[in-house]
Design a protein around this ligand. Structure first.
Ligand code: AQP
Length: 346
């Protein structure tokens, strides 16, 4: 044996996974747009990141909700996240209102948000126009609550669609302002642009995004629609009269279907164009419908099983809430101390 001392190999310290956080409102069964633009990617991020996902029930209160529907939809939204592949053993999954820190920090941040910057939010202007009979203060301060959601967990990244970049910028501004006054409390989150973050448009009006709350059910594919319904909705999708499957600026309806087909099958636009060369829109729509139905089949099946097991769902969201409360509570305690609130006696 040599004189050299035997030393244990130095193992590289495993790098701490970065935190990704995102939420979804329980305003209805998720659409294919929510799935392709958000939830599908969330599932794929679980191996590489520390993922925190929540049902944003407090946010949904900015629009008037029927209480019984909201209760039902919140449980369904939670079950849908699990059904779509969010694994509660890998990710933190919870319901926003179960974690009191959100509302509390939301208020504190509202007191650090400026009227001018809130008035510039395009989503506020859009939603105020859409719900002119209920332009409430929550709709206006929604970005402060969203900032709280993110900053409580010291998130590194927030997956955002094009419609949300302004809110993330707002979050960074508020965090910066707060840190400037009270010292470093919040991590400044960055936008996370998923590889496949396509925006999916309404099947009836490709100028509008596909939305859960669109009054016309034909405008959207619900991720629980059965195969017949999916096929019927794609067959009646608005396209154009050219009968040529190709991706071009003046073909928003076909572009939308090509985007969906491309994400679901992994085929490029070029491959899709070649596949449907010389064929009509009927064949193309059938292929898109079949591919989407296959992609959604496991979600439908998982959901049917999960929604029948209330005890499991309750146990899982309780576990999520407890963990979320612990993590967010640390940031909230720091904030309370910094701004001069007396320590909570409970
Ligand atoms: N059409 C879409 N294409 C791609 N991504 C979409 N998202 C929503 N619609 C599309 C993404 O889904 C995530 C969760 O959205 P949300 O429920 O929090 O709010 P939303 O964007 O307002 O979604 P909806 O379906 O349009 O809901 P309602 O009808 O209630 O307003 C977000 O990441 C969003 O970008």
């Amino acid at each position: 044996m040599s004189d050299e001392k035997m030393t244990a190999p130095v193992e590289a310290k495993p790098e701490k996974k970065k935190i990704i956080l995102s939420g979804i409102q329980p305003t209805g069964i998720f659409t294919l747009g929510n799935y392709i633009g958000a939830v599908r990617n969330w599932g794929q991020l679980q191996e590489d990141y520390n993922c925190y996902y929540f049902v944003a029930d407090l946010h949904s209160l900015t629009i008037r909700q029927d209480p019984a529907d909201l209760r039902k939809q919140s449980l369904e939204a939670f079950a849908l996240l699990l059904a779509a592949g969010i694994d509660p053993e890998k990710s933190l999954v919870f319901i926003q209102s179960h974690v009191r820190s959100h509302a509390e920090l939301g208020w504190i941040l509202a007191c650090n948000s400026m009227f001018g910057e809130l008035s510039r939010m395009t989503q506020f202007k859009d939603k105020a126009a859409k719900h002119a009979d209920n332009v409430n203060a929550g709709l206006f301060t929604y970005p402060s609550l969203m900032a709280a959601d993110i900053l409580l967990y010291q998130a590194d990244y927030v997956p955002v669609g094009a419609d949300q970049t302004q809110h993330l910028e707002f979050t960074r501004n508020v965090a910066n302002r707060f840190n400037g006054i009270y010292g470093n409390v919040f991590k400044l989150p960055e936008a996370f642009l998923p590889k496949e973050g396509a925006k999916i448009m309404s099947l009836q009006d490709p100028a509008k995004k596909m939305s859960k709350s669109d009054p016309n059910p034909k405008s959207r594919i619900s991720i629980l629609d059965d195969e017949d319904t999916i096929m019927r909705k794609f067959r009646s999708a608005v396209t154009d009269s050219e009968a040529h499957v190709c991706y071009r600026d003046d073909k928003p309806g076909i572009n939308n279907l090509m985007t969906i087909y491309s994400v679901v099958t992994g085929k490029t636009y070029g491959q899709i164009e070649a596949e449907f060369e010389g064929k009509g829109y009927g064949d193309f729509k059938t292929a898109v419908g079949e591919a989407v139905s296959e992609e959604l089949r496991p979600i439908r099946e998982n959901f049917a099983r999960l929604i029948g097991d209330k005890a499991y769902l309750e146990e899982t969201y309780k576990m999520g809430a407890e963990r979320a409360e612990r993590i967010s509570g640390r940031t909230l305690a720091k904030v309370r101390k910094k701004i001069g609130l007396l320590a909570n006696p409970f």
